[in-house]
Ligand binder design. Structure first.
Ligand code: BGC
Length: 346
């Protein structure tokens, strides 16, 4: 069942709508047309009690002015492009440098901070669309973005992304949800166990740009091949962790049909499997959240209040020829699917 309601008006006067998908067992997902945002996910814990497991905001003003991309669809290029510059076929493109006046982060915030159109396509699916003009944030091509959110009776949130371009360009799309499997506002996520199916990760420089090396996780704090609590090694004497104040790194996913990541909180019993057809996932442990911004219920969003699993192409791909490329030809289409499956482990 889907209910549509008015959510609020942006500072620019645009109407924002909320779509709530409730499945037969009674779990629900709230979507906003602002930023094609996943605003709430309410799923049961081991006692059958529902709680919202996403960090975020209660009103449009929060999403517009206090957000660190909570729940938003980010692009055109999720993650970073070094110095906000890249080239295609010898033509150089200069992008918005929205991080430290230097890097282009999350496509300059365009998709995440725009109002999308939405239509209900099924009794459990909503399709959002947004057209970005040629040259937006410096990227080439008129691009039509489409994101379809489907929430099944098995508590699977499937996100199908597509983007059609009329010029050769780069596309990297993700969702920037911050999860707390014990319920938003219930403390930090350091006790949540993660298993990441990745033998390697991409170490970065001080600007969080990958050096190009694919580093073996074996013997490092980045080894999540067997489940371990996020907090176990987060304070390890490791240059990469110190630089980012925790995990804020891309993992190179192994090929296979199983989940790319499994998260589980022994406290609530909630578990989540992440499936994706993409090559990487950014584990970000909310290191730069510092309690200075109010979230849901007006409560400050503290450090490590949530963790993100941003499925993606590796960061700075357009400037790193050795990485799998995300170039889309003129007239071509980008397509990708990520699925989050929620369940209880007792
Ligand atoms: C980045 C972090 C950043 C966060 C919010 C993540 O994708 O890797 O460095 O703080 O997004 O902008």
């Amino acid at each position: 069942m889907i209910e549509k309601s008015f959510y609020g008006k942006t500072a620019g006067g645009e109407d924002v709508f909320l779509y709530r998908i409730t499945n037969h067992p009674g779990s629900c997902v709230d979507l906003l047309t602002y930023g094609a945002t996943v605003d709430r996910i309410c799923v049961p814990d081991k006692n059958g009690d529902l709680a919202d497991i996403l960090i975020g905001f209660d009103d449009i003003e929060g999403h517009e002015t206090r957000s660190n991309y909570q729940g938003q669809t980010v692009g055109r290029y999720a993650n970073r492009i070094e110095n906000g510059i890249f080239s295609i076929d010898g033509v150089e493109y200069k992008l918005t440098q929205n991080e430290k006046g230097k890097t282009c982060l999350h496509g300059g915030g365009e998709l995440s901070h725009s109002v999308w159109k939405a239509i209900i396509t099924d009794d459990n699916a909503v399709e959002m669309s947004y057209s970005s003009p040629d040259g937006a944030q410096g990227f080439p091509g008129n691009v039509d973005f489409r994101v379809i959110f489907t929430f099944s009776d098995r508590n699977e949130l499937k996100i199908d992304y597509s983007a059609k371009t009329d010029k050769k360009t780069v596309i990297n799309l993700t969702n920037h949800a911050y999860f707390n499997l014990d319920g938003e506002g219930s403390g930090d996520i350091l006790g949540t166990e993660l298993k990441i199916d990745a033998d390697r990760f991409t170490p970065t420089d001080a600007d969080s740009i990958p050096t190009g090396e694919l580093k073996d996780v074996a013997g490092t704090a980045f080894d999540f091949r067997e489940p371990k609590p996020i907090g176990r090694d987060i304070g390890a004497d490791d240059e990469q962790l110190k630089m980012c104040k925790g995990y804020d790194h891309n993992f190179c996913l192994n090929e296979g049909d199983g989940p790319a990541v499994t998260a589980y909180s022994p406290l609530s019993g909630r578990a989540m499997d992440v499936y994706t057809d993409l090559v990487g996932v950014q584990l970000y442990t909310g290191n730069f959240l510092d309690g200075s911004r109010a979230g849901k219920g007006g409560k400050p969003i503290e450090k490590h209040a949530g963790f993100c699993l941003e499925t993606q192409f590796y960061p700075n791909t357009p400037n790193t020829p050795s990485f799998p490329q995300c170039t889309v030809e003129a007239g071509g289409k980008f397509e990708s699917t990520t699925m989050f499956k929620f369940y209880i482990r007792k």
